[in-house]
Design a protein around this ligand. Structure first.
Ligand SMILES: *Cc1c(COP(=O)(O)O)cnc(C)c1O
Length: 483
């Protein structure tokens, strides 16, 4: 039995003692995370089989719970903090971000209204204004923090839908002609999910073809809009992506923005992963035209070392977003309503975590220069890896590398049978990941099984990228000899 009484919280002394112990635990974990295999060696159900089927009737000592973290949780963990995690898009949590989470959980304010959380509301406003400035968005952009890019985009698309009129707020979708949203074939499937959620339906999306570098073709967009208008559909939103999920390709936002302005269609830019690189002067070419967008999403929880989750939606039309979502229940009315941001008015959730705190900690601790230096290093390492691939006779790149994500495959000299090549690469990827030394993932591009390596983790250095390359080459040689 633990010492807590039948009512009340854990005693302060116990909280303090185990609090110190857990800080040590966190520091040791992060210091030694590289000694784990990146992927746990487990089968589905292994974690559950170690957990009791029922909740304990009486309380258990905290040290026993903590012991089970080491015994049950760690062996079932994919180590996102690992320097050799180069799968998907990284999310790595930094020290200042983790410490801020402790404060956020301790305060445990609910930032639904200014009244319910004045400091949280005003810090969110200030930190997002800083952030807007460092990523070079115009002053008119207003920001809000949601949990994920999927949710940010869903709110942007809801605002786009509100923006076309028809009083959808009141009438729902019954009175509306068929709506159309446009994004490229390479857009993230969170856009499809938004359209599902908002009652537009998957048929309401037109996937616009891409060029040889996986970028949306503006003339194809124009053609699709014209066709749809001729058929009585209502084009209401274009989603352009800067840093697509498969290849980090960049849609030509400037040209797309011109079409959207002319056609009076809401332009949403999805820059969930790559958006943070807008703070680098040398990457500005990828962000041309974003100032003309109606909304823009970027995730500091991906490539900016803020613990999951924190996604920012910027929009130049917050009043439309508010129109789409605000309702005022009597018990939530406050005297300050007309002079403050009540963030609950800008989305479906009422309760909101104090997320701005961790972004504030990270921005202040590293400073803009510190963040820029880290992003630049990741981009340098990505480009270096791309060069190694280019120089190897048995590997080739399958897409350009605008940032630090490299899409490539093994293609032994003289091999031309696509099925055989795909099969080889699938085996190669599985074997590489089975070593436990690195974790990388794949995508399919024009029918090609493509291996995808992303360098954007806080702890990833040149030696780790080198190791990944060595493991890939050695594993390739083994599989190739056996084939
Ligand atoms: C990661 C990503 C998303 C989804 O992000 P979540 O925060 O996990 O919802 C959407 N779009 C792009 C381009 C992404 O990279």
């Amino acid at each position: 039995m633990n010492k807590s009484k039948s009512y009340g919280d854990m005693p302060s002394e116990e909280f303090r003692k185990y609090g110190y112990q857990l800080i040590d635990w966190a520091v040791n974990y992060i210091e030694n995370v590289g000694s784990f295999t990146v992927l746990p060696n487990i089968d589905p159900g292994d974690v559950k089989s170690k957990l009791p089927n029922h909740a304990p009737q009486s309380g258990e000592p905290i040290n026993k719970i903590i012991e089970d973290v080491d015994k049950i949780i760690l062996p079932g963990t994919t180590h996102w903090q690992h320097p050799n995690f180069m799968a998907y898009f990284n999310s790595t949590a930094s020290g200042p971000g983790i410490l801020a989470e402790l404060i956020s959980a301790s305060l445990n304010v609910n930032s639904m209204l200014w009244k319910s959380a004045p400091a949280s509301t005003e810090l969110e406003e200030t930190v997002l204004s800083w952030f807007r400035e460092i990523i070079n968005l115009p002053k008119e952009f207003w920001g809000i923090i949601y949990d994920t890019a999927s949710v940010s985009s869903m709110h942007a698309i809801a605002a786009a839908r509100e923006n076309i009129g028809f009083d959808i707020r009141k009438n729902g979708m019954s009175s509306v002609p068929k709506l159309r949203l446009y994004c490229s074939e390479q857009a993230h499937n969170s856009i499809d999910k938004s359209v599902l959620t908002l009652g537009i339906g998957l048929d309401g999306i037109r996937k616009i073809p891409v060029d040889s570098e996986f970028r949306m073709i503006p003339s194809e967009l124009e053609k699709a809009i014209n066709e749809d208008r001729a058929n009585g559909c209502v084009p209401f939103c274009v989603v352009a992506t800067i840093g697509t999920t498969s290849t980090t390709s960049v849609d030509p936002v400037e040209e797309i923005a011109k079409i959207c302005t002319r056609e009076k269609i809401w332009l949403h830019v999805d820059a969930a992963h790559a958006g943070v690189t807008a703070m680098l002067p040398e990457m500005q070419e990828h962000f041309k035209g974003v100032g003309h967008a109606d909304s823009f999403v970027v995730n500091p929880h991906k490539w900016l070392f803020v613990p999951v989750d924190l996604s920012i939606l910027f929009t130049r039309k917050p009043e439309i977003l508010k129109q789409a979502f605000s309702l005022t229940a009597e018990y939530l009315k406050t005297v300050e309503d007309s002079s403050v941001n009540n963030y609950m008015d800008y989305g479906i959730q009422l309760g909101r975590r104090f997320r701005s705190l961790k972004l504030w900690f990270v921005l202040r601790y590293f400073g803009v220069e510190g963040l820029q230096t880290r992003l630049r290093e990741h981009i340098r390492l990505g480009q270096l890896f791309a060069k190694w691939v280019d120089e190897h006779p048995n590997f080739e790149r399958v897409a350009p590398t605008p940032f630090s994500t490299v899409c490539f495959h093994a293609k032994p000299t003289g091999w031309n049978d696509e099925i055989k090549i795909n099969d080889l690469n699938e085996k190669l990827l599985n074997a590489v990941n089975a070593t436990g030394k690195v974790f990388i993932t794949h995508t399919k591009l024009n029918g090609k099984f493509t291996i995808r390596l992303c360098v954007s983790g806080l702890r990833t250095e040149e030696k780790h990228v080198e190791l990944a390359w060595n493991v890939l080459q050695e594993t390739f040689q083994k599989i190739f000899n056996e084939s």
